[in-house]
Each structure stands twice: as structure tokens, then as C-alpha cells.
Design a protein around this ligand. Structure first.
Ligand SMILES: O=c1ccn([C@@H]2O[C@H](COP(=O)(O)O)[C@@H](O)[C@H]2O)c(=O)[nH]1
Length: 292
């Protein structure tokens, strides 16, 4: 049986540091790398990034949108890239931001099952249809040692328009965080009332910071950390570094030194390619800044 994702991520971070590198084959990047904007170009781009970085970073995060642009051949490139990365020792987080009614979520979560053609270690999901809609994905993740990262406070400038909206006294973003905290601690399931944040926090703070398999996405671009992550018990994926304006100093300002924060960078590393040594150097620069 595979160890739970949270444990595998914690081990990878301990061995390699927390940096996640995104694999986002934007058309301008393909052009800059001298590659065609087709499935063949995607393959060479992906293989280059994987071969350069899968042995050194904790997590690789392919962005599904750039592969879906090329239809079935793009998806085949994504499948092969994910398998190549896992075989080379990296954990793979598929950034597809899936979110739908429960029965459809069940199908989306199949990528967390071993033997799936696009088998990955973790998946990004959107809670817009309600926390309960994600329960089938939580169940699949638990059954197969997979992980989920739920969009809570995203890095885009107008994210607060919805994420700051109030549900009772809590923001939507806080409800998402509290739900994920419940998954990591109390085993909250659909049909239960939403976990009481006070009780969950109390238990979670005793349970300790953690190695839970359920994480949240909180952007490194936020002016202030306006959600309470205390006792989350799982990792925080922090996008928005580099191309979106976030810096290592922003990460420290927002999250301090503690907690299981996994910063993720795509374009700012990928722009250094296609030379594998230059890609490794760009990732190493981020890793150094994050460790400073
Ligand atoms: O809040 C979010 C959630 C996901 N993303 C994704 O991360 C990468 C960021 O790419 P950069 O080139 O480092 O800006 C991209 O795949 C986004 O879809 C995010 O940016 N913000």
C-alpha cells in the first residue's frame, strides 16, 4: 500500500526542500525554446523539464490546460510526462482544478488510482460546488494514498470578490480552509454539519502541524494572510511567485517560517530553459531564496 500523500510529500520536502516547479508549456515559452506549438513540442518541453528537475525538486506540477489545448495528443504527452516524472522520483501534482457534482468528481478523482493512464500523486480541485461535492475525491485520495489541494485564496487579483464573501461569520475562503482542516483531522464526511472551527482547531493544534494529505491553495500575492490556517494539518500550495509578482519575502511575510508551505513557480523557472543546467540553476536560485 502506498504511503499517504501527506507523508510522502513531507519526506520529499525533508530530502529536497519545499519547492514545486510548474510545467506550463505556454506558447511563448515553446517559441522561446525553439519548439513548435504542437504535441511534439509539448513532449520535448515536458521531457526536458522532467529530466532536469525530477531528481531535485519535491513536486512537479503540470498544468493540464496547456496539454488539453492539443487534444488527445496533448493528453498523451501529459500522461507520459507524469509517468516519467514519477519514475524519476518526483511527486506529481496535476493542476486541473477539477470541481463538479459528486458523481462526476468521483470520475475526476480516478487519476489518483494506481494504474490510471494519467496516474498522479495529487490533484488540484475547486470547491465552488460546495465542500460536500469533493467528498468522492477525498474518499479516493484516502483509499489510494493520494492528495488534494483545494483552491482557498487564489493568487489572481480579483480572487477576493468571491473568496471574501461571507457565509455566516466566516469568509468563503475560511470555510474552505476549515473544511480541509476537518478532512485532515476529524475525518469529516459529506452529510455531517460543517466542522465547528473552534473544536477542529483545538484538536488540530494538539494533533500538530502536519503531514495530512489534504492541502489548500493560498497565493503568495496576497497583501495579507486573511485566512486562519492554524492547525490545518496539511500542506499549503503557494503559487504567484515570479511572473505574478510574489517573492520569497512575501512568502515569509505571509506564512512565517513554520508550516508546510510548498511554494510553486512555473514561468520564472521555465524561462531559463531549454538548457537543463540553466533550468536547474533557476530552480536552485528559488530554493536558496526560500531557504534564506
Ligand atoms: O491561485 C492559483 C492557483 C493556481 N495557479 C497556477 O499556478 C501556476 C502559476 O504559474 P506562474 O507561471 O508561476 O505564474 C499556473 O499553472 C496557474 O494556473 C495560480 O497561479 N494561482
Amino acid at each position: 500500500m502506498t504511503a499517504p500523500f501527506g507523508q510522502r510529500l513531507a519526506d520529499a520536502v525533508a530530502a529536497r526542500g519545499p519547492l514545486c516547479v510548474g510545467i506550463d508549456p505556454h506558447p511563448p515559452l515553446l517559441e522561446r525554446w525553439g519548439l513548435p506549438d504542437d504535441a511534439g513540442g509539448l513532449r520535448r518541453f515536458t521531457d526536458t523539464v522532467v529530466d532536469a528537475l525530477a531528481g531535485t525538486v519535491a513536486l512537479l506540477k503540470p498544468q493540464s490546460a496547456f496539454y488539453e489545448r492539443h487534444g488527445s495528443r496533448g493528453l498523451a504527452a501529459l500522461e507520459d510526462g507524469a509517468a516519467r516524472a514519477r519514475a524519476a522520483g518526483a511527486l506529481v501534482l496535476l493542476d486541473a482544478k477539477r470541481g463538479d457534482i459528486g458523481s462526476t468528481m468521483d470520475a475526476y478523482a480516478d487519476v489518483l488510482r494506481p494504474g490510471h493512464p494519467l496516474a498522479v500523486d495529487a490533484l488540484t480541485v475547486s470547491p465552488y460546488l460546495g465542500p460536500g461535492s469533493l467528498q468522492p475525491a477525498v474518499d479516493t485520495a484516502r483509499a489510494h494514498g493520494g492528495g488534494l489541494f483545494v483552491l482557498a485564496r487564489t493568487s489572481n487579483p480579483d480572487a477576493g470578490t468571491l473568496q471574501h464573501a461571507l457565509v455566516g461569520e466566516r469568509s468563503v475562503a475560511q470555510v474552505v480552509v476549515d473544511t480541509v482542516r476537518g478532512w485532515n483531522t476529524l475525518g469529516w464526511v459529506v452529510g455531517d454539519p460543517l466542522p465547528d472551527p473552534g473544536a477542529v482547531r483545538d484538536l488540530a493544534s494538539r494533533w500538530g502541524p502536519g503531514t495530512g494529505s489534504f492541502g489548500v491553495v493560498v497565493g503568495a500575492t496576497l497583501r495579507d494572510l486573511d485566512v486562519d490556517l492554524t492547525g490545518l494539518g496539511g500542506p499549503v500550495l503557494a503559487p504567484g511567485l515570479g511572473a505574478q509578482g510574489g517573492s520569497a519575502a512575501d512568502l515569509r511575510r505571509l506564512f512565517g517560517q513554520g508550516g508546510a508551505v510548498v511554494p510553486t513557480v512555473s514561468r520564472d523557472v521555465l524561462a531559463a530553459g531549454p538548457d537543463p543546467a540553466a533550468l536547474r540553476a533557476a530552480a536552485a536560485r528559488w530554493a536558496e531564496q526560500l531557504a534564506a
